[in-house]
Write a new protein. Sequence first.
Length: 259
Amino acid sequence: MAKRPWPAARLELVPMDTITEVAMAVQDGQADAGIVPIENSVEGTVNLTLDLLFAIKEIKIQGEIVLEIEHYLATEKSNAAGPIEVIYSHPQALAQCRQYLERHYPVARIVPTASTGAAAALVAAGTERAAAIVSRAAVDLYGLEVLAAGIQDFASNKTRFVVLGHGLPAPTGRDKTSLVLALRENRPGGLYQVLKDFADAVIDLTKIESRPAKQELGDYVFFIDCEGHVDHGRLAGVIARLQEKTALLEVLGSYPRWG
């Protein structure tokens, strides 16, 4: 596994309620690094993370972490024997357990929260007959009672997280680069002309996704993940050529691949 660009043994972990708060803490120097979700194998891209990476120029992706996700339905211990009327969790977790909730709790009120940790805190307060979809760590931290484990709809449920920081780590030989670009004009074959440079250089694209540019309706930017480091080898040449073809080209990060 590639060496991580941050000293894990010396980290002080600080929980925050939202993805935006994490990004702002890194931008303002309140945190040296932040970890946020960017993609789930079931529900796809976390659009807020992409939008923040595009909007906040000072932060870059420093690394990635891929974790298997197991969801627990848990409640405050005094509620374990009674009916559950409300279920809290983050929208991504709720979506990943949609079939389970429809099958087992069809009449329960589903309430989204800023995070699964926030959901656990609400349930731990014990003010109503509520449960939360949370991680095993949250169950233990808040002293909850597990009603069911592994409730995600798909057993192979993984989330990719990115580590936010400042600057670009040096090449390791096993790197990935994340880019955002915009075409000069919307014309047939415009995106193909951009992607062709990657194909000609035999550079694998691991992801491509469009997002609204947040200007005019129909204007989009394209987020691309590819193999390689922006300062090394064939990718450096592709980036130089793309500068001449695009209206916007920004490097969101070049970092060691996970695993």
